[in-house]
Design a protein around this ligand. Sequence first.
Ligand code: BGC
Length: 758
Amino acid sequence: MNSYRLLALLVFQLFFFNNAWGQSESTIPDVEALLQQMSLEEKIGQLNLLTPGGGVATGSVVSKNVESKIKAGQVGGLFGVAGPERVRKAQDIAVKNSRLKIPLLIGSDVIHGYKTTYPIPLGLSSSWDMDLIQKAARMAAQEATADGIMWNFSPMVDIARDPRWGRIAEGAGEDPYLGSKIAEAMVKGYQGNDLTAPNTMLACVKHFALYGASEAGRDYHSVDMSKTKMYNQYLPPYKAAVDAGVASVMTSFNDVDGIPATGNHWLLTNLLRKEWQFDGFVVSDYTSLNEMIAHGLGDLQQVSKLALKAGLDMDMVGEGFLTTLKKSVEEGKISEDEITQACRRVLQAKYQAGLFEDPYRYLDTNRPEKDILTKENRAVARKLAAHSFVLLKNHNQILPVNKRQKIALIGPLADSRNNMLGTWAPTGDSKLAVTILEGVKNVAPEAEINFAKGANISDDKEFAKKINVFGPRIVIDTRSPETLLQEAVAAAKKSDVVVAVVGEATEMSGESASRTDISIPDSQKKLIRALVATGKPVALVLMSGRPLTIPEEFEMPVSILQVWHPGVEAGNAIADVLFGDEVPSGKLTASWPRNVGQIPIYHSVKNTGRPGPKDEFEKFKTNYLDAPNSPLIPFGYGLSYTNFAYSNLKVDKPEINQGESLKVQVIVTNTGSYDGAEVVQLYLRDVVRSITPPVRQLKGFQKVFLKKGESQNITLTLKPEDLKFYNSSLEFVAEPGEFEVYVGTDSACTLKTSFILK
Ligand code: BGC
């Protein structure tokens, strides 16, 4: 035991009289004994989460007088502070200079990697690889804890069916089953088996709840939804995180059934604590408590009271709790017990993280060098990125590209370091990112590369200004758009193949980055048309933080590789896939609409009373005059350089009883000429039930690797809970009757069998 730990133990021994030397560590310290020591003000102080402004400020507030507040026992946690030295300074103030010496919880948004940034979460979800996702979260925790951070504002699990919403980039897409599996994998990855280990961190599932259903895809907008839709479609991933033992929950900005989530008693107490038995702590989002004033719920004292009574334990940045709760106690509006309860939960989290035993356990100055941005981590990030790419189209097998060719590498994102990391990468460093131009040179040094920018990401200066708040993402060239275009066409003409890297800049998705037009900006559309007009084979490398509307490009004779925002190893990973060193295996986790008029769009729609013929117009059926109902590209879709065939679908029993599992088997064969991985997907249709069923729901998947020519008999197991849904009394039940089973390569698959639930 080092001298610091010994000192810390002695200090706490003084405060927690019930500890005796020789007792097991788990009884030290005792949160209840600590609560006994605390004044009302000190308890309220623990409910206050501040940021001294080191991170990305997402609201107008950056906390003031942080040091003196820590000394005065008015701060429970900090975020936006990183690095063993800086965190030690903050922790020292709390542990040495505040009366009760309670350590601070140090949080951060480690959304897709810490310094080793991996693909945006929507991209990561497209890998459908739970082991890899858990590994990615583990790696992020290893790096973040090396920098003194022990609490992560992740995973973000908001179901999103509206790609106008910029924050679709941060989650796992549209599906509650897949979203739940990913939520669980991420919580396990961050938290590991032992929260006191110096390389694990408390996870925080967010944004509770329904944030992804913001009306019209406008960020922070209202949400209104039936309970059956909530329970069946939107709540499962949050619940999966809770079931996986997530230590904390962050509330959302939106209202739920008319009451802002941050002050919603039904949500935070009835559902979260009573129904789901959540025993961690609840933190608000950035000033979401204060925002209840603008929502129309009252003044700061009133909304703080409402939020505390609803079940909020910690107030992020807004200081509503700090400045009003004492007054509310004095006026008899809340009881001290209610504050004690919130404080208890915050202290328990600190205890869980091992901070009482050693407030400096995450502060080893040797660790950053050893653990952060290592070669191994970068190699993992490269693999993660390659596995997140989705091949949307491969006209004439343009991809993979032969390395021994003349390649025109074109596009405003081809050599744009600032746009590789993607949204919500505040801990990453875009200067470390590999551009596509560099990646292509690394992977194919023998290739002759003709580079041209070709176009600006957007020619619209006003738009560029909005996007460039965190740095130059859209750089409008001093050359005219015509000159850029001519250079690109000339480069294409003298090459064998064209690779055009186009799409969205990093900040065109993410928080406060909703769009009503989600197509490729005009400047780039012109470029793509001009390149295709050269008659050269064209592969589009499409970068975005959301599904885009690409009906025109999808019809062109081109190949399209969707790469999201791939992270620090962007260029290398893209080159690996372009040249066939990696074979694409990603599948979409959100449907791609034909146009914004189809939004909200998702695969598990209901049949309605007036289903029409598939994608054909028929009067008085549910459809549009001017577009089919189906998306341009369905959920679960993604091609490979090889092909897969499905056959012999069967279930192991024609009938099952309630509570029984069922095995679904299918033979999958790699019929093409590359080794590759396929995501085998199982969809279920509950033919008749007491509330209208979706036409199909994802209820199983497995990612399998098959060598060329290889066949595998794949077994997917349907568990009793996979047949269940929340009925109109919100009971989780499976109702007897027929179930159709579809297995295949995406959500439009047709191979079908069925069984009966007795
Ligand atoms: C975001 C959260 C984030 C918080 C702290 C807010 O603006 O909505 O997702 O965790 O800021 O950075």
